[in-house]
Design a protein around this ligand. Structure first.
Ligand code: SF4
Length: 76
């Protein structure tokens, strides 16, 4: 699962895919917003959130007023 921003570790341009493949044209040695981790499989897109289907919605209310017949049965 993808980690949140709170657990972000310090990255450097040496760890960047673009730097390792001589594709970076930026003059600074500071990591920029296009940083992508260098991986043996190459450039990979960021992991997508998992899609989860909702359970089927309830078709009946959890609680309903008693019918007139049920009220009559209660008070007779
Ligand atoms: S793309 Fe950004 S993070 Fe990657 S090497 Fe270049 S400056 Fe650094």
């Amino acid at each position: 699962m993808a980690k949140g921003r709170g657990s972000a570790r310090k990255v450097s341009c040496e760890d960047c895919f673009f730097s390792r493949n001589l594709l970076c044209a930026l003059p600074d040695d500071e990591p920029c917003a296009t940083f992508r981790p260098a991986h043996p499989d190459g450039l990979r897109p960021p992991r997508q959130l998992r899609f989860q289907f909702r359970q089927e919605r309830r078709t009946q209310a959890v609680w309903a007023f008693p019918t007139a017949q049920e009220q009559a049965a209660l008070h007779t």
